[in-house]
Design a binder for this molecule. Structure first.
Ligand SMILES: [Zn+2]
Length: 248
């Protein structure tokens, strides 16, 4: 029953401890200016993804694998495309919201190439875009609908706006700051510090690299008893909450 290595989850690293080349590309903690003139600190804590196989196998939510957020072409820096790869820990939150979007749309949500995480060295990273935080996604297709025209983009933009105020959607249009061949959603400049890693003010490589392994969060993966739990929530409460949610 006791698992060994697979007992722990993803490895979290402090990007200040990465090799100089990677650190220069990821620029942890650096201030970057956004299109509106606001400045934001780039993320510092990243998940380390050892291999292509791991990227394919690791699910962040039931329907989103890590690999979907890592799809990039030659616009991304060569070293950033090579394994081990690094992705900001906020990716979990982005995936959580995309999973909610999938539910609301009732169909699979497909991310575009270069539509997930983009490092500061990516050719499309001209200003601080939440893609550099791992908190943005470019969706090019939902179910069988290819999002390439005003009707489809505005329809799903509305679905997203009805879903939550936490997500920003780019309006339809051809100018900068608008989108005409995908839906851009983002959560803004969210950074996540997983509970397992320790924070400090040492913004340079340390002799002992700072890292941690994420614990498995779900009880079933940690080997909790499989027997069904006694009924705690009254059935009526279930029905009530579902109803009020769908009426919002
Ligand atoms: Zn985008």
């Amino acid at each position: 029953m006791a698992e060994t290595e697979s007992e722990s989850g993803l490895k979290i690293v402090d990007a200040f401890d990465l090799d100089p080349e990677l650190r220069a590309l990821l620029r942890p903690g650096e201030l970057v200016e956004g299109i509106g003139g606001q400045y934001h600190h780039l993320p510092r804590y990243f998940y380390e993804i050892p291999s292509h196989e791991a990227a394919r196998e690791i699910r962040v939510t039931p329907h989103f694998g890590l690999n979907e957020f890592l799809l990039v072409d030659l616009k991304e820096a060569h070293r950033v495309r090579a394994f081990p790869r690094y992705i900001p820990c906020a990716i979990r939150i982005a995936a959580f919201y995309l999973e909610r979007l999938r539910e609301a749309a009732g169909a699979p949500v497909h991310l575009a190439v270069n539509g997930g995480y983009r490092s500061p060295a990516h050719k499309l990273s001209v200003a601080a875009t939440p893609h550099m935080w791992g908190t943005a996604a470019d969706v090019y297709k939902i179910g069988t609908v290819v999002l390439r025209d005003r009707a489809s983009i505005e329809t799903y933009n509305r679905v997203i706006e009805d879903l939550t105020d936490d997500l920003y959607v780019m309006p339809y249009g051809h100018e900068i700051g608008k989108a005409d061949d995908h839906i851009h959603v983002d959560l803004g400049y969210v950074t996540v510090v997983p509970r397992e890693i320790s924070e400090d003010r040492l913004e340079g490589a340390q002799d002992k690299p700072r890292c941690a392994f994420e614990e498995r969060r779900r009880g079933d993966r940690r080997g909790w008893p499989r027997e069904p739990l006694p009924e705690v929530l009254p059935a009526a409460a279930h029905a009530g909450s579902t109803k009020s949610e769908s009426q919002k």
